[in-house]
Design a protein around this ligand. Structure first.
Ligand SMILES: [Zn+2]
Ligand SMILES: [Zn+2]
Length: 165
């Protein structure tokens, strides 16, 4: 049991750290510190590259730190690595969905990444999978969302019909 809870804590920690890194890397892109040109191009195009392309972009750099849990124990190592993998997959999904069908984002009051693009925000809404770091660091901007969440079976099916590759 102790092993399971250790793995679970490590998993959650990796997800938490993943959202923090996601927020700051995106914010630093807008400050021109990292991938500034690439990111400006992404803003010009205004489309996601598909789930797999996004996932690769998030997961490969994460390989630098994703093994760190093994310094603590095998359980922490596996939990942390799986958490990192899950967060990269979730961020990639959240990114693609907000570019394709922002009205289907059910886990945030407003699809922050969609608004970030649509309103050409350069200083706000850096979160992708979640909006809480924007709230913590004061960059949250709810402006411009009139979309109503689409319910029902069609919406549920649409959640799986994003561009995956
Ligand atoms: Zn951006
Ligand atoms: Zn985007």
């Amino acid at each position: 049991m102790a092993v399971l809870s250790e793995a679970l804590i490590a998993f959650c920690l990796a997800v938490f750290i993943g959202t923090f890194v996601e927020y700051w890397v995106h914010r630093l892109m807008h400050a021109g510190v990292v991938y500034g040109k690439n990111h400006a191009k992404h803003h010009q195009e205004g489309t996601g590259q598909g789930w797999f392309g996004e996932f690769r972009g998030y997961f490969l750099p994460a390989l630098v730190i994703i093994w760190l849990g093994f310094v603590v124990s095998p359980a922490a190592g596996i939990g942390f690595a799986l958490g990192g993998l899950a967060q990269a997959a979730w961020s990639a999904y959240a990114h693609q969905l907000q570019h394709e069908r922002p009205e289907l984002v059910f886990w945030m009051p407003r699809p922050v990444h969609h608004l970030h693009h649509k309103k050409k925000m350069w200083h706000h809404n850096f979160g992708i999978s979640f909006d809480f770091w924007d709230r913590v660091f004061g960059t949250y901007k709810p402006a411009g969302w009139e979309g109503t969440p689409t319910g029902g079976l069609t919406a549920y099916v649409s959640l799986f019909t994003i561009k995956w590759f």
